[in-house]
Design a protein. Structure first.
Length: 173
């Protein structure tokens, strides 16, 4: 009465046609694909895009320490220490605590110590505290109260200051 078609029969792989029993011709575009590469065979075609900086908006007030390997842009107020790769302090920002970053760009106010490989105080910067750096740039108009100390490794609190040439004090004669 009814006969089973072999077109979709899993036992035959579904490759036979009902009339002839022969395998159908496959177009070149439908040829079986190469096996998928193993995860260890994947190669990065391009470096991953760096994620954008985390932004703390002007209306945000944070109490506590922050730590990231990424970038932070602060426009609000932070009462606590901040550690980041690139830290940008906006003109409206106020930081009360220690700042540690590879790159520090200060447009706003910091009350506390600044440690950075590269530290830049723009003309709108207001810093009350010591700056420990490898390189520093201070624009005209920046306000700074504290000491500046160069270190080869300013991110390490136990590092010794860079050797400065010894100077003799000459008493007034």
């Amino acid at each position: 009465m009814f006969s089973k078609s072999k077109i979709n029969d899993p036992a035959t792989g579904g490759t036979e046609t009902p009339a002839t029993g022969a395998a159908p011709a496959m177009p070149a575009s439908a040829a079986p694909a190469a096996p998928a590469p193993k995860p260890s065979e994947f190669k990065a075609s391009a470096p991953k895009a760096k994620p954008p900086a985390s932004v703390l908006s002007a209306d945000l007030h944070v109490t506590g320490n922050m730590k990231t390997t990424g970038d932070i842009q602060v426009e609000g107020t932070v009462e606590g220490d901040i550690r980041a790769h690139l830290l940008t302090i906006g003109e409206t920002a106020t930081i009360k605590g220690e700042v540690i970053a590879d790159d520090v760009v200060i447009n706003g106010r910091i009350v506390g110590r600044v440690r950075g490989l590269k530290v830049r105080l723009t003309s709108t910067a207001r810093v009350e505290g010591d700056i420990i750096h490898k390189t520093i740039a201070i624009e005209s108009g920046a306000h700074f109260e504290g000491s500046v100390q160069r270190q080869d490794d300013p991110l390490n609190p136990n590092a010794k200051p860079a050797a400065a040439p010894a100077q003799k004090a000459n008493p007034a004669s």
